[in-house]
Design a protein around this ligand. Structure first.
Ligand code: TZP
Ligand code: MG
Length: 213
């Protein structure tokens, strides 16, 4: 049994569809200089070739900053770029098939219910995503906001790390950590910020101060 994954309190997400006119590599540099040390690359509309190019570029920069890289949706691209892991939803490649390909690399599974969380843990996921925590405009999830109380139930049901996602911002992230998330995944509040690096640094400071309380 591999040891419990130690995730940083912020799970940053780079999505080239949400750049406000900036280049993905500019955003990546900002995320890294702000202190992001776990990053997911999410590219829903890029061709596999463009996704791989971006993944390789992202791997280079994340690697030189000691930042973990997780590729969303695509086991093949995660392996081809040398990422640390892959993140899979309930309709992506099933966990057991992904595990055969990924070996002992990280596999995260999106979950929306306590039962899905238990199933992912039982199936050998390294962490789960859980959400949507609050209302989000980034993704049409088809699920109502789960809220901190359901997150607490999930925390009570699984031991593996939980990455909460959906509608999380600098203003509500402490509530999410306090409800048991190891890490908070944030897209629009970070990528929409004028100063992305400063935003990341502020969120990481919040996590340090909330842990000291
Ligand atoms: N999965 C559930 S909600 C979501 C994903 C990928 C999007 C989260 O984005 P935001 O902008 O932080 O609400
Ligand atoms: Mg997916």
């Amino acid at each position: 049994m591999s040891s419990r994954l130690d995730l940083s309190s912020l799970y940053a997400i780079l999505d080239p569809e949400q750049t406000k006119g900036r280049t993905p590599s500019n955003i990546l540099r900002e995320l890294l200089s702000g202190g992001a040390r776990t990053l997911q690359l999410r590219a829903k509309t890029l061709s596999p070739r463009d996704f791989l190019d971006l993944a390789r570029e992202t791997r280079k920069l994340t690697g030189s900053h000691g930042c973990r890289l997780i590729v969303n949706d695509r086991v093949d691209i995660a392996l081809a770029c040398g990422a640390d892991g892959v993140h899979l939803g309930q309709e992506d490649m099933p966990l057991h098939a992904a595990r055969k390909l990924m070996g002992d690399k990280i596999i995260g599974i999106s979950t929306h219910e306590v039962e899905q969380a238990k199933e992912a843990e039982h199936g050998g996921a390294d962490y789960i995503g859980f959400g949507p925590m609050f209302g989000t405009t980034t993704k049409k999830t088809g699920y109502a906001a789960r809220g901190p109380d359901m997150l607490r139930q999930v925390r009570g049901a699984v031991k593996i790390p939980i990455v909460a996602i959906g509608g999380i911002t600098e203003n509500n992230v402490i509530e999410v950590w306090q409800a048991g998330a190891d890490s908070a995944a944030i897209i629009s509040d970070i990528l929409g910020a004028d100063d992305i690096a400063a935003k990341v640094t502020r969120i990481l400071r919040l996590s340090q101060s909330s842990q000291q309380q």
